[in-house]
Design a protein around this ligand. Sequence first.
Ligand code: ATP
Ligand code: MN
Length: 461
Amino acid sequence: MYKPETIKELLERSPLNQSITLMGWVRTFRSNRFIALNDGSTLTNLQCVVDFEQLDESVLNAIHTGTAIKVEGKLVESQGRGQTVEVQVSSLAILGGSDPEKYPIQPKKHSLEFLREKAHLRIRTNTFAAIMRVRSALAFAVHRYFNESGFFYMNTPIITGSDAEGAGEMFKLENEDFFGKATHLTVSGQLEAETYAMGLGKVYTFGPTFRAENSNTSRHLAEFWMIEPEMAFYDLEDTMQLAEDFIKYTLGYVLEHCKEDLAFLEQRLEDEDKNKPQAERSPMRLIEKLNFVVDKPFIRLSYTEAFEILKHSKPNQKKKFKYPISEWGADLQSEHERYLVEKHFDAPVVLFDYPAKIKAFYMRLNEDQKTVRAMDVLFPGIGEIVGGSQREERLEVLEQKIKTMDIDPEELWWYLDLRRFGSAVHSGFGLGFERLVMFATGMGNIRDVIPYPRTPQNAEF
Ligand code: ATP
Ligand code: MN
């Protein structure tokens, strides 16, 4: 059976002095002799050495950065420096030419902003290929972790009629007649996931999520991928443990399986840092930082403890926060989260037991009647990466909450049924996949860790 071999597979097999066939895109062509070939399977370019006297002039003249080619030849030990093996080309075919005057991805440094405008071609750069290989490995690790932990993968609807999540601004669908009711794109699969947890035990979703976030930040997309595990019989403690375990597993997975790409991204970050003032540079190298998170326990503290720390913090006393901390109960802003994670603890932090007033209706009310069993995981450079809670399992308490928050209980009849028939303690969380990819790759803008970002005024491609 004929199967095109990738450069990655070839390098692993390393069949020295045997004939091989490869296809890929030319990264560079120098001295009319050396082609750096890349096919996306790995960061490594394979050097293909052509004998220009044997090549047809028209073929030779068509080899440019971006050209797709097929080469046949022999894999041999390299004569030159910089690689251990190379291909001695015996025949070369142009699959698709690329006009060097017009091809935007030249073999030089392009800015991330420039590449965002060429998102259909940026995957042919080392940086984006590395990011997207890491993204793919992380997605695989997500499924593997849950599969190994006895979770079932479920898919929640993308078009929903439930109007009550309160997780963010929604994209409304136009054709109300079709469904006979107002519908929108989902902002979270949580409520539906809860129904399945209360039957299958442990479930998770991993799918697209939509929020009409008006804020143009480096951490928000209008369309992002969310991972939402939901577990029957888990309390908040269990859930905080799960979130920490899960994050460590997925980052550990890429540390083990994406070494080459991470080393490249680490170098990229260091080069980028050189142009920044000292204070803005990353204190840790990328791989060191990932290992740090995998090895060290996350810091856990309650909202109230965090509030006290923030209240007495230097920036608060010197009025450096844009939103000063004075009254217990205020929502924490990203400047506060960053202070805790990056300055005070210098580690990932799990905050729990938030004021009920600033959290969603479904979170379980604590005995103090003031706080709910909510938790957020905060990460250096990212801010909130996980938001979760123990869900209110008591029908009367939930009904009361729905009333005070002015939500229509009719809309939630099926959700309330869970509390009518076989209710039990259960919990879950949502993790924004792109924020995890940002952390793993060291990228500073969420637009660079998803193939085609959707943000205000931008839906190209
Ligand atoms: P934030 O305060 O950062 O806007 P949130 O409180 O709205 O987050 P949740 O509703 O708890 O977030 O959603 C769960 C997770 O989904 C978040 O912890 C985050 O990782 C991710 N997330 C939320 N909104 C976005 C977005 N617009 N783009 C990308 N990821 C997001
Ligand atoms: Mn939000």
